[in-house]
Design a protein around this ligand. Structure first.
Ligand code: GSH
Length: 232
């Protein structure tokens, strides 16, 4: 049984989508990042980066969401194309998500919703960049049913980052091909199931941050995370 270290956030959701698609047996282990559970010495042996998700599959430990997607897809021989060219396309979009869509959406969310100081330059910069990235996906999806052709881990990596499009200050109706892709994925039984169980197990991860949560989550330094781990 795969141990799935999880919180209700886009990166862990990617893995939940794949586990459901594969019909894997797994045990979700909630990590409440608002309370600093990602910094315990035990968890750091699973994920040295002190973030979720991570998995333990027998004697294999994998951290970082897209590395987990690749591991599970390759192990199952599913949702990662076998043909070299199509596989390259899937990897392209997988890396594009990890280098662009994820971090830019994360910063957009941070400056628009969490930062106490509302800095117009930062808010505009990241909202615009996310808008540009939605445009890139929209253009790709104009000519392809899914990002790499067939439904793959590239789509699973991107989908949870598009779910909060309103909170991202975007209008999905401006991106008709992205919207078509989004609706098609939303209707998949595995996706419905993943979004059904996850909020029940690990509620309240989004939304407003208390002063205590802010101290844990924001402004982490090498020194502060070492101090947090020592305190646990
Ligand atoms: N590159 C990592 C990023 C993981 C990440 O940022 N996870 C967030 C939730 S989406 C987290 O654990 N945040 C808690 C923290 O920053 O302390 C991955 O894709 O797994």
């Amino acid at each position: 049984m795969i141990k799935f270290y999880f919180s209700l956030a886009p990166n862990p959701m990617k893995v939940a989508l794949l586990l459901e698609e594969l019909g894997e047996q797994y045990e979700p282990i909630p990590i409440d990042t608002r309370r600093g559970q990602q910094h315990t010495p035990e968890y750091l042996t699973v994920n040295p980066n002190a973030k979720v998700p991570a998995i333990i599959d027998g004697d294999t430990i994998v951290f970082d969401s897209n590395a987990i997607l690749l591991y599970l897809a390759e192990k199952a021989g599913k949702f990662i194309p076998k043909d070299l060219r199509t596989r390259a396309a899937a990897l392209e979009w997988l890396f594009w998500q990890m280098g662009g869509l994820g971090p830019m959406s994360g910063q957009n969310n941070h400056f628009a919703h969490y930062a106490v100081d509302k800095i117009p330059y930062a808010i505009d910069r990241y909202r615009n960049e996310v808008n540009r990235l939605y445009g890139v996906m929209n253009k790709r999806l104009a000519g392809h049913e899914y990002l790499a052709g067939p439904y793959s881990i590239a789509d699973m990596a991107c989908y949870p980052w598009i779910v909060p499009w309103e909170r991202q200050g975007q209008n999905i109706a401006d991106f008709p091909h992205l919207k078509r892709w989004f609706e098609a994925i939303k209707a998949r039984p595995a996706v419905i199931k993943a979004y059904e169980w996850t909020p029940k197990i690990n509620p309240g991860q989004g939304g407003i941050r208390t002063a205590e949560e802010r101290a844990i989550l924001f402004g982490q330094t090498a020194q502060s995370v070492a101090a947090m781990a020592a305190k646990q």
